[in-house]
Design a protein around this ligand. Structure first.
Ligand SMILES: Cc1ncc(COP(=O)(O)O)c(C=O)c1O
Length: 395
């Protein structure tokens, strides 16, 4: 080879970013929470800090029954499965959780994965192949992009939540529209806005396409029983594949897909991210099963979550901050640019409030945000403290 480039030259841009972030004190990409005090508080650099960027929507990470379920499982089933379900067998908890999730959604089938990320990779890479067409919302999560890419299918992006743009894409596909997969999320994770699922279902039915909805951030948040945006709009039985994660409202790690399509059982034989990775640890499955029970049996958690969301949204709106379009448990403040986001993020940390700094390429439309996610476990006083901290950076 003639060029003198080293294998590592491609990291020059990352090194510059890292240097810049480190030179200005605490680096938002390297925060260590030295002590977790509760679902909503931790110690960062020796200071008690409100955790306002966790996705712990129902606040179940310190729930006593979940912890007890995990503890019992550790004692009786050990620390890990040490292998994949296809090669090493399933633990009874894997099968039970699949049954319980299918019952919860009223679907015939469910498949669980070791993370939400691998759920998307595992389903999409098996379901699609080169020559298939995918219509993907432009703001979809990286795992949805990566799953499509892994499959080799033709991916056509449509403008975020734009039904007209989706219709145009479907028209252009002609005959291929009949076997194409439309991919969207329920509630989006940065701005907390929701997909127009009613119109999307109409379109998929008109063209005979399939609809895949990632409800990672909507489980436990939307719908009468907490199943997500599809339930909220009365559409569960119209969605071909619903995917979700255990890592947000359920306070654990893992992912799942539910569907009435028989093919979901066959995906197990074709899904490399399912076959070639260790299955979730039994204690993780045990805490997830208990958290799912709590999600089903304690609607008051969802009510409290929404009270807190409204409280925070109204408080930040009153400060004239630039917020997302809808009131939801994700409240994102749009900042002028990356530097303003960094300065604001640090000021909030000094005030004892941890938020998520979201900048390109992770952000929608190239903007910079300070993102809060509200929990049912936040107290009114904590929400007031978050608002007071934002007042300090509002101008
Ligand atoms: C929409 C969406 N899908 C999937 C994932 C991946 O989930 P997990 O973190 O459980 O792997 C995330 C995580 O942020 C997400 O926001």
């Amino acid at each position: 080879m003639s060029d003198n480039k080293s294998l590592f030259d491609k990291f020059e841009a990352s090194a510059a970013i890292q240097k810049h972030l480190a030179s200005s004190g605490l680096d938002p990409t390297h925060v260590v929470i030295d002590e977790i005090l509760s679902a909503t508080e931790g110690k960062i650099q020796g200071k008690t800090t409100i955790l306002a960027g966790t996705n712990n929507y129902l606040g179940l990470t310190f729930n006593e029954d979940c912890i007890e379920a995990g503890r019992r499982s550790l004692l009786t089933q050990g620390t890990g499965t040490t292998g994949s379900r296809m090669a090493n067998g399933s633990f009874d908890g894997h099968v039970a959780l699949e049954r319980e999730l299918a019952e919860f959604y009223g679907t015939r089938h469910c498949m669980i994965f070791s993370t939400g990320y691998t759920a998307n990779l595992g389903i999409l890479s098996a379901l699609l192949e080169p020559g298939d067409a995918v219509l993907l919302d432009a703001d979809a999560h990286a795992s949805l992009y990566d799953g499509c890419r892994m499959s080799g299918a033709d991916v056509y992006r449509f403008k975020h939540n734009d039904v007209e743009a989706l219709a145009k894409r479907l028209r252009r596909l002609g005959e291929r529209a009949k076997r194409c997969l439309i991919i969207t999320e329920g509630m989006y994770s940065i701005l907390g806005d929701c997909a127009p699922l009613t119109e999307m279902v109409e379109l998929k039915e008109k063209y005979g396409a399939y609809l895949f909805v990632d409800e990672a951030h909507s489980l436990g948040v939307f719908g009468e029983t907490g199943r997500g945006v599809a339930e909220d709009l009365g559409l569960d039985d119209k969605i071909d594949f619903i995917v979700g994660t255990f890592s947000k409202s359920l306070g654990a790690t893992g992912g799942y897909c539910v569907s009435n399509h028989e093919v979901l059982n066959l995906v197990r034989y074709a899904s490399r991210p399912y076959i070639f990775t260790a299955s979730p640890s039994p204690s993780v499955i045990a805490t997830t099963r208990e958290a799912l029970r709590q999600l089903k049996n304690r609607p008051e958690l969802r009510e409290q979550l929404w009270n807190n969301a409204q409280h925070l949204y109204a408080g930040l709106k009153a400060l004239n901050l630039h917020l997302g379009p809808d009131i939801s448990p994700v409240v994102a403040v749009r900042m002028q640019d990356n530097e303003a986001a960094l300065v604001g993020w640090k000021k909030l940390i000094e005030e004892g409030v941890y938020t998520n700094m979201i900048v390109p390429p992770a952000s929608p439309d190239g903007s910079s945000f300070l993102r809060c996610s509200v929990s049912a476990a936040h107290t009114e006083a904590q929400i007031e403290k978050i608002i007071a901290a934002f007042r300090k950076i509002s101008g």
